[in-house]
Every structure is written in structure tokens, then in C-alpha cells.
Design a binder for this molecule. Structure first.
Ligand SMILES: Cc1ncc(COP(=O)(O)O)c(C=O)c1O
Length: 393
């Protein structure tokens, strides 16, 4: 019998995982040095933020792109530009990052937390419908972990009720649904370039849209209410300085050239792990995708332990084997700071996920076939131990 690493045995994996973010490429270093030398460090004088916005939007099937400080404010600005006002309600998923709710609160609007599908963990028409009232103005599908939300049914429901759809694509650069990139299906799509994301400059955000007027409002909101090509001290709207810097754009622009390769590498990893776990017949599986997924960008690899498994012991044991995992989100509606500010519907789907889901991050997903085999081997050991199943002991 092998001694598990949690009991002092030798871990499955001792080699380091790839760093995330990866070391800066030659193209990034060159562009960054050019910006530093130019002295045009801000977007009001340099060209790169505009180029990034245009190229990223083009890559994501959208007519317009606007770069800004981060993904949280991207949600705030997009919702506001879509007409959400104080007192309005915005439906957000119960299994997601807290920013989905706090961006709504920034507007003085009310996040209404609707459950997710217990299988693929996304909002569906069925989970959103009970959350709708005559104050609902928008719905925010989240392309969780790089997996596109089931947009067909959500867009149809939104059209039926006259709602804006803001696609939170913070975790889904390069993902696509029914052959079309995420972010460009709804009213607007938002992205994050925070450190853990599939494209990162440490921080940053971007909004894409096909709506000319909305794009103008978004740009103005991020540029102290100015009008594009207008006078410097002409402020047509209320707005803020939410601009990205040219230094960030220099890190992000070259990334567009390798995004597809990195998505493919992570997807290959995910498929190998899924197949390996299925073949070993262990009570753990990759969280499935909704129908209509054409590219899952695999920002995270979400795994789900079967009922009866002690997910927290499994997480500790995997970590000891050299495979770090994260226990994921608590249900959004139960977060203490949101009490009295958000309206939460019952969320058995999100509660189930919070108790059973765990995930691997970019460093593992970028580790190639050997890394995938280490994950499979570690799972084989850990799930082979009785302590993984306290319910049956
Ligand atoms: C789903 C989701 N939405 C929004 C955000 C907020 O993005 P940022 O951290 O850039 O503000 C994040 C990540 O951080 C996220 O994962």
C-alpha cells in the first residue's frame, strides 16, 4: 500500500507547476520598453489602449471595445450604460465571484441572487424566471470558469421581458457559444485582466458591445463624461477616470496572438483529466458544460466530488500530493456583507456546488499531459482511501 503524502508519504508531484502569469514574452517586454521610453504611459496620449480595445473586440465578435481599470467596474459601467438605475433589480447567479453583486450595489441597484443549474452551475431560464419582478432591468449570466452560460434560453427570456443581458466574461477570454465568442451575444460583455485571468496585466478590464450608443456611453463613463473627439473640458455626462494605462495594454496586446493556443492547451488538459478520472471510475468528475458550448476557455477546471465524499479532506490530501485545489465559492446569497442589500432566492444548486465542487487553477491547467497525469494519479490515490468517504464508514 502506498502511504499517502498527507500521512508522510512521497507526494505524486514534486516538480513545480508552471507559473501563472507566465514569464513575460519577448513581444511583451519589447512593447513595454517602447511604452516606457515613449513617456506616453497614459491612454490619453498613447495608442495602445485603443488598439487593444479594437483588437480584443474584433477577436470577440463585437463592433466596439472599451478598456478600463478592472472587471468589477466593467460590470458597473456596462449595467449603468444599459440603463440600470438605483432601485432597479439585476439577476445574478448564486454561484459566482462576489463582484457580480457588488458591481450592482455600486449603482444603488439590488442584486437578486438566483440559483444555478445543479449540473453545469449556470443561470438558466428556469432559475431566472422566479427572480423576475416589475423592477428587474438586467440579467447577468456569468461564463463561469471559461464555460459559456446557456445563452439561447437566457437571451430569449430577456427578450420576452425587455431585459438587458450583461455577459460577465471575466473568466472566459476566447470562449465561444454556438460558434460565436462570448461577450458579443447580449447587450454587452465584460472581461477582467486581474492576475489569475487567462489574459492578465495584473489588473484591467474591458467592455465589448455591438451597440453604437451604448459604446459611446461606456467610453464617456470611463473618461470623465467626455465625448470622443470632443473638447478636453467638455463633460456631456457624469463620468469618472476609469482608464487603463498603456503599460497594461503593452502586456495584453501580444497576448491576443497566443490566446487560442493557450485555450487549446488548457482544454486538452481538461479532456485528459476528465477521461482519466472516468476510466479510473472514481467518485469525482469534471463539471459538465451546457449544450451549445463550442469553446470552453478553461479558466479553471471545476471538479465535483460525488455525494458522501469528504470534499475538504480530499482537498487537503490532494494538496499534500502536490496538487493544489481550491474549494471554490460559498453561495453568493449567504454572504454576510450582502445581507439586507441583496435579495436571495433559495439556491439548492449553489449550495450543492459549494459543498462538493473544487477546482484546479491556471498553473495546473497549463502543465500539459504530464501535469494531467499527475492530477489523475493523485486523485487515484486520494479517492482510493477510505477517509474520502466518511458517510459510508
Ligand atoms: C466572474 C467574475 N466577475 C467579475 C470579476 C471581477 O474582476 P476584477 O477582479 O478585475 O475586478 C471576477 C474576477 O476577479 C470574476 O471572476
Amino acid at each position: 500500500m502506498t502511504t499517502l503524502a498527507i500521512d508522510g508519504g512521497t507526494p505524486v508531484r514534486t516538480a513545480p507547476w508552471p507559473a501563472w502569469p507566465p514569464p513575460a514574452s519577448d513581444a511583451q517586454r519589447k512593447l513595454l520598453a517602447e511604452v516606457v521610453d515613449s513617456g506616453h504611459w497614459g491612454a490619453t496620449s498613447g495608442p495602445l489602449c485603443e488598439r487593444l480595445a479594437a483588437e480584443f473586440a474584433g477577436r470577440h465578435g463585437a463592433k466596439h471595445g472599451v478598456v478600463l481599470t478592472n472587471g468589477t467596474l466593467a460590470l458597473f459601467v456596462a449595467l449603468r450604460a444599459a440603463g440600470v438605475r438605483p432601485g432597479d433589480e439585476v439577476v445574478v447567479p448564486a454561484y459566482t465571484f462576489v463582484a457580480c453583486a457588488t458591481a450592482v450595489l455600486l449603482l444603488g441597484a439590488v442584486p437578486v441572487v438566483a440559483d444555478v443549474d445543479p449540473g453545469h452551475l449556470h443561470l438558466t431560464a428556469g432559475t431566472v424566471r422566479p427572480a423576475l419582478t416589475d423592477r428587474t432591468r438586467a440579467v447577468m449570466p456569468v461564463h463561469l470558469a471559461g464555460s459559456p452560460a446557456p445563452l439561447d434560453e437566457l437571451l430569449a427570456l430577456a427578450a420576452e421581458h425587455g431585459l438587458a443581458v450583461i455577459e460577465d466574461s471575466a473568466q472566459a477570454h476566447g470562449a465561444s457559444y454556438r460558434g460565436r465568442p462570448v461577450g458579443s451575444h447580449g447587450t454587452a460583455g465584460t472581461f477582467s485582466f486581474q492576475s489569475s485571468k487567462a489574459m492578465t496585466a495584473g489588473e484591467g478590464g474591458l467592455i465589448v458591445t455591438n451597440d453604437d450608443d451604448l459604446a459611446a456611453r461606456v467610453w464617456s463613463a470611463c473618461n470623465v463624461g467626455r465625448v470622443r473627439d470632443g473638447a478636453w473640458y467638455h463633460h456631456a455626462e457624469v463620468g469618472w477616470n476609469l482608464r487603463m494605462t498603456e503599460l497594461q495594454a503593452a502586456l495584453l496586446l501580444p497576448w491576443l496572438d497566443r490566446l487560442d493556443d493557450e485555450v487549446a492547451a488548457r482544454d486538452a488538459f481538461a479532456r485528459r483529466v476528465a477521461a482519466g478520472l472516468a476510466a479510473a471510475d472514481r467518485p469525482v468528475a469534471v463539471v459538465p458544460q451546457p449544450a451549445g458550448t463550442t469553446a470552453d476557455s478553461r479558466h479553471l477546471l471545476m471538479l465535483r466530488a460525488a455525494p458522501g465524499v469528504d470534499r475538504d479532506w480530499v482537498s487537503r490530501a490532494l494538496e499534500a500530493e502536490g496538487v493544489p485545489v481550491d474549494a471554490g465559492y460559498p453561495p453568493l446569497g449567504g454572504l454576510e456583507p450582502l445581507r439586507g442589500l441583496a435579495r436571495a432566492l433559495p439556491a439548492p444548486g449553489a449550495e450543492g456546488a459549494a459543498a462538493t465542487v473544487f477546482w484546479l487553477r491556471q498553473p495546473q491547467l497549463m502543465a500539459g499531459p504530464d501535469g494531467a497525469d499527475d492530477v489523475i494519479a493523485a486523485a487515484e490515490r486520494v479517492f482510493g482511501d477510505d477517509r474520502a468517504f466518511p458517510a459510508s464508514r
